[in-house]
Design a protein. Structure first.
Length: 260
């Protein structure tokens, strides 16, 4: 949503800026702040609900707006919105950097990130557009890859909560739903624990046959060759062993439920 001004509004706003610059008229300053507070609230809303409450972020964005109003100079020819947005965004980023970020970075990188934020604000004001990494590097006498490293660190140092919305729509899916999936083996955990609890009741040969069949996944013919018996005997041995395991597992499960 863009603030749209009628010709009358534009004339009135010019008068407000003139009164503020010439006379330091506080009533004009207050009216200008009120005019642009919706923009500050929209910028704060982009970060709301992830880590910090919306009302706290509005206060931070308001500080950025106040600074922008006090520093703005009409004779530079830059529209106020183009000047104010980087200032408000810088205030929000500093707030997250100093008070909210969960991932700590080395001090040297931290200082470089702060210098890049300041240079970005200054260059945006001078160029009337966001600066390229090469322009930031030239201003700070850094290598371009050092700027890119800092920008990447800034982008990734705040983990996204699993309950954060993927989109701005409050009714949309959250990150946890997008990342999570059902583990196909989850329902088998309890059965596996039950089987492992009754395995000690088998003798060494029965356990070895089960291991070769279900761990090594050998066919019955190879199992028969290894233990020196017929394939038919291996088949009977597997069937009887599995029946015993099933019966003992069911029995233990029933006992557990009756005492639970």
């Amino acid at each position: 949503m863009t603030l749209t001004l009628t010709p009358g509004d534009m004339l009135h706003e010019k008068q407000l800026w003139r009164r503020l610059e010439r006379d330091r008229d506080q009533a004009a300053r207050t009216e200008l702040i009120e005019r642009y507070m919706p923009m500050a609230r929209r910028m704060a809303r982009r970060y709301a609900g992830v880590v910090e409450p919306y009302d706290d972020l509005v206060q931070v964005a308001s500080v950025g707006l106040l600074n922008a109003v006090d520093r703005y100079q009409t004779d530079r020819g830059t529209p106020f919105v183009g000047f104010a947005k980087p200032t408000i965004m810088g205030e929000l980023k500093r707030y997250f950097r100093d008070k909210v970020w969960a991932i700590r970075v080395p001090r040297a990188l931290h200082d470089r990130m702060a210098a890049i934020e300041t240079a970005t604000e200054e260059l945006t004001e001078e160029l009337s557009r966001p600066p390229a990494p090469a322009e930031i590097a030239d201003r700070l006498r850094l290598e371009v890859n050092e700027v890119l490293e800092a920008l990447e660190a800034e982008e990734n140092r705040r983990p996204l909560g699993i309950d954060a919305p993927i989109q701005t729509d409050d009714d949309g899916p959250v990150t946890g739903e997008w990342l999570g999936r059902v583990d196909d083996g989850y329902e088998l955990v309890e059965d596996r624990l039950a089987v492992e609890s009754v395995l000690p009741s088998l003798d060494a040969r029965e356990r070895e046959v089960l291991r070769m069949r279900f761990v090594e996944e050998l066919p019955q013919s190879q199992i028969a060759a290894r233990i020196g018996c017929s394939q038919m005997h291996v088949s009977r041995l597997l069937r009887s062993t599995l029946e015993r395991l099933r019966a003992e597992t069911d029995q233990r499960g029933s006992a557990t439920r009756s005492t639970g």
